[in-house]
Design a protein around this ligand. Sequence first.
Ligand code: HEC
Length: 107
Amino acid sequence: MKQKNLKLCLLALGALAWGTAQASTLPDLAKASGCFSCHSIQEKVVGPSFASVAEKYAGQPDAAADLARSVQNGSSRKWGRAAMPAHPNMDPAEIQKLAEWVLTLKP
Ligand code: HEC
């Protein structure tokens, strides 16, 4: 009986955490994923501003997939000397969402 209660409790906690993750916005996801330690929306930090990424790839139909690949596998020499490390432990679906979001940003 005790065991069962514990399981129920864990289930409830899991549902709560999942619900919170679903509710969070894309900027929250970017923050939680550590993107803002190297990027900001309008300013170049270690990496290019997300607005300039959106500007560079504007009108390119495969841009989101390309950007998602850059985040997943890492990227270098497209923007300057600094390289972006790979993010092998991130959910590819989340990376894709972030890539699509970046492309919507305007300078
Ligand atoms: C350790 C620093 C660092 C972190 C963390 C980081 N980036 Fe980057 N990012 C860079 C650098 C540096 C570049 C430029 C790479 C280049 O020149 O190819 C870059 C480039 C990019 C690009 C453009 C890629 C291209 O193909 O032109 C996108 C989009 C991007 N980052 C998104 C993200 C997202 C989303 C996250 C969070 C999951 C993230 N970055 C985390 C440093 C970082």
